[in-house]
Design a protein. Structure first.
Length: 69
């Protein structure tokens, strides 16, 4: 669906540019065929970051009550 917007400013006519055609990529074509034949892969699970340090102190009751409000 191509939508062309036109506006005129004095002697200039402005139109929206055409979308650039996407380049053919073999990897993408193979993946699309695989999705058609075998179905989409299962959704990824969120894995916690290994190097992220845990909080040094637990949240106080006052902070917990502030968050819920």
């Amino acid at each position: 669906m191509h939508v062309r917007l036109s506006a005129s400013y004095g002697n200039m006519n402005l139109m929206a540019r055409k979308k650039k055609a996407k380049r053919f990529r073999a990897v993408q074509a193979v993946k699309e065929l695989a999705r058609e034949r075998m179905g989409a892969p299962p959704a990824a699970k969120v894995v916690p970051h290994k190097n992220k340090q845990m909080e040094k102190h637990k949240a106080t009751l006052g902070k917990l009550l502030e968050e819920t409000e």
